[in-house]
Design a protein around this ligand. Structure first.
Ligand SMILES: [Zn+2]
Length: 408
């Protein structure tokens, strides 16, 4: 079974076929969830599932499942897949690779005459880019208020789900019975440049980073920009500039993969001839360990106090939002590492800085994730690309991982 491989050429055909739905003038893909292009992409995917001999169903949230029965009655299913919706003018690999590879894996197993013990279930999660909607619904984390909320287009999420043959009124039925899933595995493009720059074939995702978002308000004094001498000012923007630098320095001052960003700055009164009196800014910190995020924030707070004293201004801050991260299952990580070895591919473990459906699945079953290199680290852009050889490598690692999980 160690010799079993996917058909790389067929995988490329699937990817090209899918990319025709929603293709943009810039060579990207606009398959925004619930749009006509998304619906066509879903039809294309369902047709491929039938071709691969899968039994297809759409759940109440609009997720598509393609099932190949297992030989052992009552055995829990092995779930694997990704999403086919995209951001506007996005790329042809984000989500698409994991989805097409999942179908190719089942087809390769069928052609090899492999008799799976567990049911193999390909999952195509609906509306990933809109906030992991399909997988949230699947794990029972989508509320009535989420469903009734309207987007910018004024249409409720429930009505959108109906467009893709979902039944939002039965959303409670989407959640699988306890113990009915052995594991969930997802192949995805890295969307960053770590693997490419280190020349490594396969990323084994350790977990999904947690995110803390803080609001910082810096209050100085608005003054006439012509008549106030430089030494008599309380310039809130100068203190904000020091804060931006302090966040960058602090995050980089300790080893690790943590990242920190000041992404929004609001200057008041925000006119050319007035010394800025107040600045509001955001600090966003991400890491696998919430404890590390908190300790980085404590260091930043100390610097904020120094900045306040040094600039003669006041600084206030609040934690606006805290999203805990999730870890992948260590046994699945080991299975992926072994699969990479079987395929003679190099691998390293890494965290995922982006959100993925797998982090929702991690709430209800052991979950794992495989990354392959993104050329130049570019994603959510028409320029997004993953080399055919890397796509095939990822699909082979997915296949070899599933063979191991089938022995559980
Ligand atoms: Zn994605």
């Amino acid at each position: 079974m160690n010799d079993l491989r996917v058909n790389g050429r067929r995988l490329q055909e699937y990817l090209v076929g899918l990319s025709r739905h929603g293709r943009t003038a810039q060579g990207g893909v606009s398959r925004v969830a619930y749009s006509q292009a998304d619906i066509e992409g879903r039809e294309y995917t369902i047709a491929l599932m039938w071709q691969a001999g899968l039994q297809v169903r759409v759940d109440p949230v609009g997720n598509i499942f393609g099932c190949r029965e297992g030989s052992e009655s009552g055995a829990p299913a092995i779930l694997f897949g990704s999403h086919i919706d995209s951001v506007p003018n996005g790329g042809a690999y984000d989500g698409a690779l994991g989805s097409m590879a999942a179908i190719e894996v089942v087809q390769a197993l069928a052609e090899a005459g492999y008799c799976n013990r567990h049911p193999l279930e390909v999952a195509i999660w609906a509306d990933e880019e809109g906030g992991l909607i399909g997988s949230r619904g699947y794990v029972g984390a989508l509320s009535d208020s989420d469903l009734s909320a309207s987007g910018e287009d004024g249409i409720s999420l429930a009505d959108k789900i109906r467009r893709i043959d979902g039944h939002p009124e039965r959303i409670g039925d989407a959640k699988p019975a306890d113990g009915s899933i052995t594991a969930y595995v997802e192949l995805h493009v890295e969307q960053g440049s770590t693997l490419e720059s280190e020349g490594i074939d396969i990323g084994i995702v350790q977990g999904f980073v947690g995110i803390n978002h803080y609001d910082v308000t810096i209050t100085g004094r608005a003054d006439h920009a012509g008549t106030t001498p430089m030494n008599a000012r309380s310039d809130a923007l100068l203190a904000a500039a020091a804060t931006v630098l302090a966040v960058d320095e602090t995050v980089k001052s300790i080893p690790g993969e943590q990242v920190g960003t000041v992404g929004r700055l609001c200057v008041r009164p925000g006119v050319p001839n007035v010394v800025p009196g107040e600045v509001e800014l955001t600090v966003e910190l991400r890491d696998l360990e919430m404890a590390l995020i908190e300790s980085v924030w404590r260091r930043i707070q100390l610097k904020l106090e120094e900045i306040a004293t040094g600039h003669g201004i006041e600084v206030a801050h609040t934690l606006r939002q805290s999203l805990p991260g999730a870890l992948t299952d260590p046994r699945i990580r080991r299975a992926i590492a072994k699969a990479a070895e079987v395929c003679c591919l190099s691998s390293r473990s890494m965290s995922s800085g982006a959100g993925h459906d797998a982090q929702n699945l991690a709430r209800i079953c052991p979950a794992g994730m495989i990354f392959v290199p993104s050329v130049g680290g570019v994603s959510h852009s028409p320029e997004e690309h993953t080399r055919p050889a890397d796509a095939e490598n990822g699909a082979n690692v997915l296949l070899q991982t599933i063979l191991q999980l089938d022995q559980w």
